[in-house]
Design a protein around this ligand. Sequence first.
Ligand code: C5P
Length: 233
Amino acid sequence: MEKRIIVALDFSSAETALNLVDSLDPKLCRLKIGKELYTACGPDLLKQIQGRGFEVFLDLKFHDIPNTVAKAVNVAGNMGVWMLNVHASGGRLMMEAARDALLEFGSQRPKLIAVTVLTSLAQVDLIQVGIDRSPEEQVSKLAFLTREAGLDGVVCSAAETPLLRAQLPKDFCLVTPGIRRASDAVGDQKRIVGPLEAVRSGSDYLVVGRPITQADSPNEALLEFNSAIASVS
Ligand code: C5P
């Protein structure tokens, strides 16, 4: 089975994170460690999670000068992460440096993806930072730049998935958050989509947080997500 579900470990302590991790099966999902958990617990917790058999998406969204990003990406490669990301707006040279920093890992190298436009930014926010394009045009432009720089894919909202899937090659990986079943609380997500719809419209991996992490039985919720997409997996 292709493990398409990436469970977001949005916690601030190792204890809470490991409680959840220990209720999940590494054969059924991958895990995402973001800025909150990594800032609190660092590489030690990453190693403990990997030691339990899980592949980890290190969601630190690097954005700096090319040399600094390349070095950080290389360290993440040495830690054996499965996937990591940078901001596409750091530019082509930064993305190429990040890509090259993983070459030494050969076929074992982590997948390297980029964030295009944060989904928290609307048109007015882009104008404030000097971007006159619509968010959709900017997403598309940065996704193409990511592809040209030789990265493996992008994080994109469910709303952007069909367009990007139509514009970009099949092997360009799309990773989509904002996934909810009909019965799930929407929370602060603005545009949500069901798991099956997300995969049908071209997502390769689905990032799911609260619908699994806050469920009475996280593993049961994970099984439900997996069975919802089993027909296209
Ligand atoms: O709990 P929920 O399913 O909303 O969590 C979604 C996860 O995906 C969180 O870790 C969130 O930071 C992340 N994410 C997102 N929207 C983006 C990028 C990342 O929700 N555009």
